[in-house]
Design a protein around this ligand. Structure first.
Ligand code: GLC
Length: 560
């Protein structure tokens, strides 16, 4: 049976929503979000049209990297609830038809993890070889340090161990040695544990670093082939649950990223975040020119049929611009973050979208219209649906991780913060404070950003062409307009976006086959545009406007 009819590949037409339990909803008034609070808010996600929740790390942590430094892989951070609360949340999510995936952070552990504590304590420790040790600092290239604000090397000497250990991120995050089969077994055990509790897969953190062999040649048996390891992980996942996914963080140029999907059957990562197109989108916005997005879409490698790109505008990290050239990056900095205080690591901006676009609703909506219509599966970061801003008083990337703004008032719906962790995260002031931006105010307002995003998601879900279709980028002579088309099982969509602040008219020439006579505007169905017999079509796009059309033949009004 064709998978298009069974929903086996559910993630092809999904809407992912990333959230951090600790900043989402606080049920018990201690100032920290928790699983019970999240369970209370699932209807918000259902109303928005989200189909998959991606949970940022919720495990016990030393909290140097906001949860990405784990001290126990098999339970829940007690500040967020209990394992029982997790299971209740899963039950509530599943009963609403929501799937859940979680961050799998296994490139490294926290230095406080008992495995590392044992490893450093004695050369004979059974955990010694779970990490990567050297008597002298190992090889290092410029750019290897991921967080250059705090680290100068990826090798740090541990005084107790008397050796250097590898850490691609902070020194408090020692890299696990995946060349050691015992480590690989343990990673599988962790995955199996959470899948047994109902997860539909994982967002795999820092995949290229997990696979890298820097410094680990000569590990217990050596890691034969990095990509063989990914294939093994995927096969294990498939054995435990046939339709579970691995969504990988692979921030590499397209030429290198393609390999992470695996062979033509897609036997490695199920989905990859599309970092290059995301970065091209910001360059395009800065220039009011669709050229960069066009080029990115044309350069994007063809993905295997049973795999998918994940499309996003913002996430929990800095808006990384590392795939742009130095000059291009400066252009984006000048447009969206000229102040050095918002630039981080020399490569990105610690900002959310609305303040970068000066709060211009037309441009903000353009981005979400584009994002829902680009080939791939859209992924939202919590708060994007209401246009939350960042808080630059907070250090580094924490600026974009402020609590969800449910309603007006100092804490935006969060209970009185008794916890110092949240007290050090005050809310941004006007115009992005919870008094101006909150869920309650936007839910019933048909003109709100929330309503706009909900409507685009609804339409995206009604148009499986967007997830499944063959995509082509159309030629025309309006530089600010991106027009692409998605064809699937005889159905066709035309997606048109204008990145300039003036109205434009785009003249298109559609192929004669299959014959199309008109197209209907999916957001204003009374509007139909004629297509002449030779395929000519004229589309007018408002300043920063996006229009989605379905191409139709004859008098047929099916699929309107
Ligand atoms: C990933 C995460 C980031 C984290 C890092 C180390 O890049 O997205 O937030 O700091 O990995 O785990």
């Amino acid at each position: 049976m064709r998978s298009t009819q069974t929903g086996d590949l559910w993630w092809k037409t999904a809407v992912f929503y990333c959230l951090d339990v600790q900043t989402f909803c606080d049920s018990n008034g201690d100032g920290v979000g928790d699983f019970a609070g999240l369970a209370d808010r699932l209807d918000h996600l259902v109303e928005l049209g989200v189909t998959v929740i991606w949970l940022m790390p919720f495990y016990p942590t030393a909290d140097v990297d906001d949860g990405y430094d784990i001290t126990d892989y098999y339970t829940v951070d007690p500040r967020l609830g209990t394992l029982g609360d997790f299971v209740e949340f899963m039950r509530s999510a599943n009963s609403r038809g929501l799937r859940v995936i979680a961050d799998l952070v296994v490139n490294h552990t926290s230095a406080k993890h008992p495995w590392f504590q044992s490893a450093r304590s004695a050369a004979e420790s059974p955990y010694r070889d779970w990490y990567v040790w050297r008597d002298e600092p190992g090889p290092e290239k410029p750019g290897d340090v991921v967080f250059p604000d705090r680290e100068t090397s990826i090798w740090t000497k541990d005084r107790k161990a008397g050796q250097y250990y590898l850490h691609r991120f902070y020194r408090s995050q020692p890299d696990l040695n995946v060349a050691n089969p015992a480590v690989r077994d343990e990673i599988a055990r962790v995955m199996g544990f959470w899948m047994r509790l109902g997860l539909s897969g994982f967002r795999v953190d820092a995949v290229p670093f997990l696979l890298e062999t820097t410094g680990i040649e000569g590990g217990a048996e050596g890691l034969p082939q990095p990509h063989q390891y990914l294939r093994d992980l995927r096969a294990f996942l498939g054995r435990r649950s046939g339709d579970a996914i691995l969504l990988g963080e692979v921030n590499l140029p397209f030429e290198q990223a393609r390999a992470f999907f695996g062979d033509e059957d897609g036997d490695e990562l199920t989905m990859l975040f599309d970092f290059p197109t995301m970065q091209a989108m910001y360059l395009g916005l800065a220039r009011s020119d669709a050229g960069p997005i066009r080029s990115a879409l044309l350069a994007r490698p063809h993905n295997p049929a049973d795999s998918q790109w994940a499309v996003f505008a913002r996430n929990h990290d800095e808006l990384t611009l590392d795939k742009l050239s130095g000059a291009e990056r400066q252009e984006v900095f000048a447009a969206f973050g000229p102040d050095e205080g918002v630039q981080v690591y020399g490569r990105g901006l610690r900002r959310r979208l609305p303040p970068m676009l000066g709060g211009d609703q037309r441009r903000i909506r353009l981005v979400y219209s584009l994002m829902m219509s680009l080939p791939g599966t859209p992924t939202l970061f919590y708060g994007e649906e209401i246009g939350m801003g960042e808080n630059l008083d907070l250090p580094s990337r924490m600026a974009v991780r402020t609590p969800m703004q449910w309603r007006s008032g100092k804490l935006g719906g969060f209970s009185t913060a008794a916890d110092p962790d949240l007290l050090c995260r005050p809310f941004p002031g006007p115009p992005y404070s919870p008094d101006e931006i909150n869920v309650v105010a936007q839910r019933h307002d048909p003109d709100s950003l929330f309503s706009f995003v909900r409507e685009r998601i609804r339409c995206y879900r009604e148009c499986p062409e967007l997830g499944w279709g063959a995509v082509s980028v159309l030629e025309h002579d309006v530089p600010s307009a991106l027009v692409h088309r998605s064809d699937w099982l005889g159905r066709s969509l035309l997606l048109c976006h204008n990145l300039a602040d003036t109205e434009v008219t785009v003249r298109l020439s559609l192929p004669a086959e299959p014959p199309r006579t008109r197209c209907v505007d999916l957001f204003d169905r009374a509007v139909q545009l004629p297509i002449s017999p030779d395929g000519a079509l004229e589309v007018t796009l408002p300043a920063y406007g996006g229009r989605w059309f379905r191409l139709l033949t004859g008098e047929s009004s099916d699929l309107l």
